[in-house]
Design a protein around this ligand. Structure first.
Ligand code: F6R
Length: 234
């Protein structure tokens, strides 16, 4: 793992933006994308940049189950708001939260990933070490699946909803098996709340207790952390 410690998330977003540009210049065409607060500075920098994704494909990590794509809480809406409306891709794929049949939706998404091998995957990390919605205890070989969100993730994500009860209990998530097939991975973490998970990911044992620790086994991972998130590293 290559670790880049930056002053703050703004600087982190700039670093990530540079890597997106390098991958695109190197003929990378498929970008795995994340939502949440962490990638916002990256998307802001991409929007400001002259980068052109019109011949590229995006494949998002996850989506809440039971939510329509035009619902402002959906990850589809988030992506439109912060990136796609400024920087359209040739095609953007996300799991469809309101798909009538979960089994078919999971199969459809696995096919999307198989047909569009990811050149660069952008990840955030949960306070409990999750990546995508692969919560502690997740099987490292999983492909796309429907997952029950852990109580700590529901609590953490409640800040985006009116009440904690409104947070969906299930999500579709790309599995760790699929994430690990990405050619290159950037994981970003900003803020003191991520310090424990970051230390467990980088210095802890590779264990399902901290799903992100599996990244120690990938040969091209760049971790971009601010000083607060790096605070528990030895
Ligand atoms: C989002 C995702 C999640 C987040 C993680 C951190 O698509 O897959 O794993 O990256 O929950 O969320 P934030 O960035 O809001 O702290």
């Amino acid at each position: 793992m290559k670790i880049i410690v930056v002053k703050d998330s703004e600087q982190g977003g700039k670093e990530a933006c540079k890597i997106f540009k390098e991958v695109l210049a190197d003929n990378g065409t498929v970008f795995g994308l994340a939502t949440g607060s962490t990638p916002l500075t990256t998307y802001r920098n991409l929007v400001k940049d002259d980068i052109d994704f019109s011949n590229a494909i995006s494949v998002n990590l996850d989506e809440y189950v039971g939510i329509k794509p035009d619902n402002p809480q959906s990850y589809q809406y988030f992506m439109n708001e912060y990136l796609f409306k400024y920087k359209p891709f040739k095609h953007s794929y996300l799991p469809q939260g309101d798909a009538p049949d979960s089994k078919k939706e999971v199969e459809r998404y696995d096919k999307v990933i198989a047909e569009n091998p990811i050149d660069l995957q952008l990840l955030g990390i949960g306070r409990n070490g999750h990546i995508g919605f692969n919560e502690p205890g997740s099987d490292f070989n999983l492909k796309t699946h429907k997952v029950a969100l852990s109580p700590s993730t529901i609590k953490a994500n409640a800040r985006f909803f009116k009440n904690e009860e409104d947070v969906p209990r299930y999500a579709y998530s790309m599995g760790i098996g699929s994430i690990m097939k990405s050619k290159k991975i950037i994981l970003e973490a900003f803020g003191a709340q991520k310090a424990h998970a970051v230390a467990a990911m980088i210095e802890g044992p590779v264990s399902a207790d901290c799903p992100a620790s599996v990244l120690q086994k990938h040969n091209d991972v760049i971790v971009i952390v601010d000083e607060e998130a790096a605070a528990e590293l030895k």
